[in-house]
Design a protein around this ligand. Sequence first.
Ligand code: ZN
Length: 655
Amino acid sequence: MQESDDFKYFVEQFEDIRVLRYMLPGFELLTLQQKKLVYYLSQAALSGRDILWDQNFRFNILIRKTLEAIIENYSGDKTTDDYNAFLIYAKRVFFANGIHHHYSHDKLKPGFTQTYFSYLIREINKERLPLGKGQTVDDLISSLSEIIFDDNNYKRKVEQRSGADMVAESAINLYHDVNQQEVEAFYSDKINHNDPHPVLLGLNSQVVKKNGKIVEEIYKSGGLYGQALDKIINWIEKASEFAESDQQRKALRLLIDFYRSGDLKTWDDFNVEWVKDKDSVVDYTNGFIETYSDPMGMKATWEAIVNYTDSDATKRTRIIAANAQWFEDNSPVQPQYKKEKVTGIFAKVINIAMLAGECYPYSPIGINLPNANWIRKEVGSKSVTLANITEANDISSRGNGFLEEFAASQAEVERIKKYGTLSDALHTDLHECVGHASGKLAQGTDPNSLKNYASTLEEARADLFALYYIMDKKILDLGLLPSEDAAIASYDAYIRNGLMTQLVRIKPGKNIEEAHMRNRSLISQWVYEKGNRGNIVEKFKKNEKSFVRINDYSGVRSLFGELLKEIQRIKSEGDYEAGKRLVENYGVKVDANLHAEILERYEKLNLAPYIGFINPGLIPVFNGEGEITDVKVEYADDYLGQMLEYGRDYSFLTP
Ligand code: ZN
């Protein structure tokens, strides 16, 4: 990849945010029917925007409409520091889908004064402001000022600090006028512990006090958020006309039924049919799905994506799955812990065509749904990797000076730029399709015996399987990589990350907590220690800066194989003590001096830690009869412009 590729993706950077766009590879190869399906599902996705804004905080839509009115109508001096600070605040609010930070949940602090804010509002023609019935401009100013500028009000979107009333002290609008105790009491007698197919209780409602009585306001047509849900229903109805199969149509019809009734049994029925639809090229999520923003972990925020299969990448995972038995038979694992018959998992690789709700602009990079445990167990789940989002992420983070700062040589930098995207993707495929699927337990081993170390060790096992094989001749024979240099690039990147660069995500003085990070540290530290005797992996200093370099790639590969064998043994035998020693000795602790140095070097690069995406425009082409004859992709390059456009075209709830 050329450095200039970064410009294909980069849109803008402000505060702690970097905005990119993503490409739609192969979109033009879809059939007209598939393109129409993508188009209508995308309209359904964008139409739910206001729902999330209101869920995040009950004054968010009012605030957004005020910000929009100012940006679109203010004709005064736009070159001042104040106006610039106002714009940055607005961009941050748009990014967070509200006035609380998307990640930390803290209320965003404006970089301008209340006086300036009042001035801006007074400059706008009254007709353009979101004034309520009988509300004056002064009323609007005073109520918004209290919300935005008073640090004591609505401090955090989600408050989970111990001792807090998580419901009453969280600004999130999933509950209103009730406290934690009341919510717990409300739901406690509704749980049926004997139901083998329990619905996700409280998933799609707001709990409020009405005339002293606690009730649920259900999100449904004719109910809470009904105006937006009706728009979504209309677009899904259009989409269902172009469904790729009866199975897909059946699922879409159930989704419409769910939005009409708000019945959570129907939501489960929908998910069952959605999971069964594995063959459609075009797929989607649309609904009240993830519960991360609810301090009580019950209520879901609204999200939607539209996607289509990435045919090249899917070809790759098919090849890997088809050769799963060969990988199993030839691994360095002890024979008694290999599976006699292994079925590789066929993971679908997709490209995003539209992000919306909770997924926009801050996008996930993988999706694994549905969330209901009984459906996952009895019917299955869909696990997908978002190829075009990951690629934009990767390439953009390679063009920002990070690699040049931390790589040991220019040759390393060039190898990664040339092969990094492909070798990363192949690593993920091997990890998911054969790594996790490989190996077996000894008879009588309790599958839960590794307890709190289980997930770190399991991730390490899958990573080692991928690392061991990515440098195998078989990979070249299968045509999965173009040259051994691609495998070398992935070894460099893995060890550098595990020993050094992933530390940028750890706060000073802290240990490594997250399972994937622990696993990368475990593998890299272990290989470094074992390989140091023969100088297989070397740490060195240049201009007072620390670097690592691999001197013997096949030596590293043997060590990966050795560790894979040991971790498989630990899993197969349920050897808790050995697993604990590996994780505690190699996966948790941080070298304080190195950590401080890495953080200092990282800070100087001035990179924004959070990446988000703007959507492409999907533009239908009509013929004389008003029929769609094609759908064109227009890549947007104006972040604020897209936000204002969505505000104009997809706002269906009144503040
Ligand atoms: Zn994994």
